[in-house]
Ligand binder design. Structure first.
Ligand code: FRU
Length: 489
């Protein structure tokens, strides 16, 4: 189906009579609505934006196209929370359609200054010849929650050497100076990150490119983020155009990071180690971090990918955000753990301890569609052990350890409604450990799996039927001791 430009870049007030009501009706009848994840009221959600702690609340916006489940005219939709667990829908945050964001208020970030929340974002525009002109714009939110856009961009051109793929400002402060990184594409169609500097968030000077060792690493880097953690510099970004390599880079686009010595803000050089993927699952992209009130570094990602179709499309909505994760570093690697506040979601608990002997077993109470599950495996001599969840007569999602290859494997071949099959339905990663701990957050149509306290994470949408609720534990060709706790959510 081709959608005309006019249709695609409609604003919400241009909805046809009854169109919004129809979308809302479709959403109401959707079997895959999430219960504790941020999801759009209707329409399409993508990147998290403007994530910041301001006056006692976390503010988290996301890219939103209200009138369909394709990428059209993007708004910022505003949500907020006091605890990172319960989110309140506030409504439209930034509305596009002015001269400097005529074709969308694209991604950006938030920072608190002078008791206001400053939101810096990319204004997407197209001229009569349909040539893209990106602007970097500013809006401020005051204590009453009112958001006001500046009428002029704060960065109004693309420096020589870069194409019109120039977007997604992420701002931070360092010793009273402001800096921002932007995702860019060089004239030779390779991706990179550039750096700007400002005294006041209004006047920005182009400093140049951030020097990395990744000079030919995809054709565009989207959504960069820079921060320091435990005296190390971390650069996150979402490179497009990497070819699959073994277990790596299996999704359409990737998301990952490099870690090294803190960025030298004068030379803009970043000495860093190898690029590492943030997530091993099927649906993760365009993440953004912020600093929590107590100094923790918190990450939220888009549980989706560009150019993918999801079965909820026909129910008038698409995509959700991941749960917030706390980041720490261990041996040059980012460790991601669900924020501890999420324990508030836990309701009744069921527990079990068992030794599995070449069998598949079910235990009382271990079933459901929305829950947190922790299961630990030890003393395993089985060739393969793990769990099947959201399982029924024909459906199952399989998470297991293959001891010979020392891999953790997530298999969604039989998870229900298939998605992005052309990119395969199995994801694997190496994990050399005797004991295995899986922590799963299962919602109606997703799973986030934290392996061994966040050493690896698999984030995926799954679309099983509502009757597929079983959890089965297994050990094949040998035995494994298993201890599990499940909390209903
Ligand atoms: C990443 C992205 C960003 C852009 C936004 C538009 O998913 O393409 O680079 O700002 O989405 O919605």
């Amino acid at each position: 189906m081709t959608i005309s430009r006019e249709e695609k870049y409609r604003k919400i007030e241009q909805a046809r009579p009854g169109e919004l009501e129809e979308l809302q009706e479709q959403v109401k009848n959707c079997p895959w609505r999430q219960t504790y994840h941020i999801q759009p009221p209707f329409g399409l959600l993508n990147d998290p934006n403007g994530f910041a702690y301001y006056r006692g609340e976390y503010h988290l916006f996301y890219q939103w196209f209200p009138l369909g489940t394709y990428h059209g005219m993007k708004y910022w939709y505003h949500t907020k929370s006091k605890d990172l667990v319960h989110w309140q829908n506030v409504g439209i945050g930034i509305e596009p359609g002015d001269p400097y964001d005529s074709h969308g208020a694209y991604s950006g970030s938030g920072i608190v200054k002078d008791d206001e929340l400053y939101l810096m974002y990319t204004g997407n525009t197209r001229d009569e010849e349909w040539v893209r002109h990106p602007y970097q714009n500013l809006a401020t939110m005051d204590r009453s929650g009112k958001i006001t856009k500046r009428s002029r961009p704060v960065i109004d051109s693309v420096p020589a050497g870069y194409t019109d793929h120039f977007r997604d400002p992420k701002v931070w402060e360092n010793h009273g100076q402001y800096y921002c990184v932007l995702g860019a594409q060089r004239w030779n169609e390779t991706g990179c990150v550039v750096l700007y500097k400002s005294q006041d968030l209004q006047e920005w000077s182009f400093e140049g490119e951030v020097g990395t060792c990744l000079n030919h690493f995809g054709y565009m880097w989207e959504c960069p983020d820079y921060f320091e953690l435990e005296h190390q510099g971390v650069l996150l970004f979402s490179p497009q155009g990497l070819e699959p390599e073994g277990d790596h880079y299996r999704n359409i686009f990737q998301s990952g990071y490099v870690v090294g010595r803190p960025l030298d803000l004068r030379t803009r050089k970043l000495d860093h180690g190898a690029f590492q993927e943030l997530d091993r699952g099927f649906d993760f992209y365009a993440q953004q971090t912020t600093e929590a009130a107590d100094g923790r570094r918190i990450l939220v990602g888009w549980m989706g990918l560009p150019d993918a179709n999801y079965p909820t499309d026909r129910n008038g909505w698409a995509n959700c955000l991941t749960l917030p994760r706390e980041l720490t570093l261990r041996g040059g690697k980012i460790i991601q753990q669900p924020v501890r506040e999420l324990e508030k979601l836990r309701k009744e608990e069921v527990k079990v301890e068992a030794v599995l002997q070449n069998e598949t077993a079910c235990f009382a109470g271990f079933e459901g569609t929305t829950y947190e599950l922790i299961c630990e495996f030890a003393a395993a001599d089985a060739e393969r052990f793990g769990i099947e969840f959201r399982a029924g007569e024909h459906e199952k999602t399989v998470l297991m350890v293959d001891r010979a290859s020392k891999k953790v494997i997530l298999d969604r071949t039989l998870s229900g409604h298939a998605i992005a099959e052309e990119y395969g339905s199995v994801r694997r990663c190496n994990l050399d450990a005797e004991n295995i701990k899986f922590q799963l957050f299962v919602d109606t149509s997703s799973v986030e799996i934290f392996v061994n306290e966040g050493e690896e994470v698999f984030t995926s949408r799954i679309f099983p039927g509502p009757e597929s609720t079983m959890i089965r534990f297994f050990a094949h060709q040998g035995s494994a001791a298993c201890r599990a706790s499940l909390w209903r959510i």
